[in-house]
Design a binder for this molecule. Sequence first.
Ligand SMILES: Nc1ncnc2c1ncn2[C@@H]1O[C@H](COP(=O)(O)OP(=O)(O)OP(=O)(O)O)[C@@H](O)[C@H]1O
Length: 548
Amino acid sequence: MAATAAARGAASRSPLLLHHHRLPQVPAGGGGSLRVGALGAGRDWRRRVRVRVGVRVFARYSSQSQDFSSRLQDRAGELPKLVEDLLQTSISTGPRGAFRMAQGIQALLGVGGEWLNDFSKTANTSEGIPAQMRLGLLSPLYLRRLFERMGATYIKLGQFIASAPTFFPAEYVEEFQNCFDRAPPVPYSEIESILHEELQRPLDSVYEYIDPVPIASASIAQVHGARLKSSQKDVVIKVLKPGIEDTLVADLNFIYLVARVLEFLSPELERTSLVAIIKDIKESMLEEVDFRKEAVNMEAFQRYIEAMGFDRQAKSPFVYHHCSTKRVLTMERLYGVPLTDLDSIRSLVPDPELTLVTALNVWFGSLISCESFHADVHAGNLWLLRDGRVGFIDFGIVGRISPRTWAAMEIFLASFATEDYNAMASALSEMGATGNDIDVDSFAKDLQKIFSSLQELDTEIIVAAARSSDATAVSANVVVDERQMNALFLDLVRVSESYGLKFPREFALLMKQLLYFDRYTRLLAPSMNMLRDERINITSNKQTRRMN
Ligand SMILES: Nc1ncnc2c1ncn2[C@@H]1O[C@H](COP(=O)(O)OP(=O)(O)OP(=O)(O)O)[C@@H](O)[C@H]1O
């Protein structure tokens, strides 16, 4: 009980407390027929109405198909360009395309089987087919499973969907938060041949030993522990899985082709810049499979740490360039525990709250003083090291924030802390401005509605789990917690969109990291207010010049 009361007290203090909001349900029937029924009209009358509605639907359909063919005729001039583009893309994909197609069909059959199985279980029940199954394989759940089966590209695409609520429907954004990036390990012999190919030297001249059992295996990379021959330093080797670049190119080309054809058939899609989004995704994914970029990001971060005098408090791994290439990254091995492992953290430092303050100061500082910020601070990438420092690993996903967005973001954060919804509305309008006039007062009222319900959050469950020594309880709780965080963010985006705002992707990336930090705050320092604590320096870094 005491814990619960404390948690409630903390709940009212924390500015980033989150609450799960139900998504609005789409009515199953058409609006028209519902209204007819509600009027209580006789059956004949209703049938006549239905016939009339049917005729109208048919008329609309045939006029739409006329529209469609006349639109196609209008665009006939663009056809040769489309065909050329399709041909060139298919040629650049090569035979890998056919192989991926076969894998795709296999994945489709697999998930199709799961859907049929679930369908047959629910079809005869009194509740009927659940809403989340009605779109078949296009339902969020099955699409997410399909993406997971399809591997690297689609998993990354799924993660992109999860991080871009401005572009995708809320149900998909929520479902794709669960897109797991776990993959069976590649046999060590294959990893060894990639290392040979990349380093062009006998491996025993570089490494004293390499542990053949991987530390981790995700869809794109596999990580092995090793020791350097020359310095006897412990390192980890992150190796790009075999064939992953080909797969990415084949998949992304396929997705591009589909987008291109869709845009040709439906020019309205051009306004959503589907093809441009796919091109962006392609670029950022290809960056992620070039470990030289990750090395650059990591070194920039370490330079920032040193320049700001944070080197006794935080670090990122040192990169060993003589054994790193585009597909191999050899870096210093860090030893530590994730920031959510409260028991281990308590055994390493007397005051876990201070560790959190350090992590926050280092990360907030990097937003403006480092050339890029770490945009994936989930607990697996943020550690308390054995020497008490905070370790940042995995710089595959980074963000860059423009001074304009940051200026608005600062006001947004300050208004969060002071619950000044008018200032929050102005800041969001500035960030997502599309040139339309916005009714700031009414926007502020809507924001207040979202945030005022946050105090009802089931914080006691979170605190109880944090105090339990049962690791499973903690991790189960973390999943629920993440859903709540995402639900809040989706609410924010949904309300903002209803005012015509469109946020830059960096805003979504920033918010996601803040929500991670909010979770760490509730675990490590439940009575601390992340945005108002004097020890945390969010705004003064604005004065610091960005270092390059
Ligand atoms: N420098 C390091 N020192 C110690 N362990 C490391 C280091 N780098 C990576 N690891 C281990 O390997 C795992 C995967 O590494 P990393 O996060 O870089 O790969 P990833 O494929 O991007 O994974 P994810 O998508 O899960 O973040 C880490 O969670 C960590 O356990």
